[in-house]
Design a protein around this ligand. Structure first.
Ligand SMILES: C[C@@H](N)C(=O)N[C@H](C)C(=O)O
Ligand SMILES: [Zn+2]
Length: 214
């Protein structure tokens, strides 16, 4: 697939800074001083509009915390290599790593046919907050274990109070994001996308956005 086939490839990346009182930015990778990061968070214009509309619809003290949006190739490469090294250290086999990686960190591809989702500016990592506190989700951001799975708490009996809160908060984030047209990543409760190849697969259509530089 070539870039001209992405119908929204010309859309700009826009900064999410000061776009809504209901949106806070927590640039985790910049704060970790990873290569290729910046304190700003960028999304494709159409994706940004959806997120702003969603945020503005939140009631009371609820708000969105955006953790990552458009991601440079350099950052994607770093995250990928770091996760592989971490899985090796934990004793995972090559086969396990091959199977686990796509769910947790996409391959750092700039291939127009198959760009890493965040490199297209249409994938987003986020959570919900109430006042200053982030809602309980059961794991930290970028916890690359089964526990981060979107449905980890579903269908489990005898959940503790905090597990029940995490289950309900994951459901809440999912309901909000899906009703705005985003698709979730089954292995990471914080990752959603609109218009990338994951979204296209789930909607039996073609991606709207390819990879892009800032
Ligand atoms: C690394 C994590 N925050 C994330 O975004 N994972 C997905 C699978 C990705 O890298 O596209
Ligand atoms: Zn993500």
């Amino acid at each position: 697939m070539v870039n001209s086939l992405f119908t929204k490839q010309d859309e700009n990346l826009v900064s999410m800074e000061n776009v809504s009182e209901k949106i806070k930015i927590y640039p985790s990778y910049y704060l970790q001083k990873l290569p290729g990061t910046s304190p700003q968070l960028f999304l494709r214009e159409g994706v940004a509009e959806k997120i702003i509309r969603l945020a503005e619809s939140l009631s009371g003290q609820l708000s969105l915390v955006l953790i990552d949006g458009w991601r440079s190739y350099e950052t994607q490469r770093y995250l990928y290599d770091r996760a592989v090294a971490c899985f090796h250290k934990l004793g995972h086999t090559e086969q396990q790593i091959k199977e686990e990686m796509p769910g947790f960190v996409a391959f750092p591809s700039r291939d127009p046919a198959c760009p890493a989702p965040h490199y297209s500016g249409s994938a987003i990592d986020l959570t919900l907050a109430k006042g200053q506190g982030w809602l309980e989700m059961g794991t930290d951001f970028d916890d690359f274990t089964d526990k981060a799975g979107l449905n980890y708490y579903e269908g489990k009996e005898g959940l503790s109070g905090s597990a029940l809160r995490a289950r309900n908060n994951r459901r809440k984030l999912r309901r909000l994001m899906e009703s705005a047209g985003f698709v979730p990543n089954p292995t990471e409760w914080w990752h959603y996308s609109y218009g990338d190849r994951t979204w296209a697969g789930a909607n039996h259509t073609v991606p709207l956005y390819g990879g892009t530089e800032k």
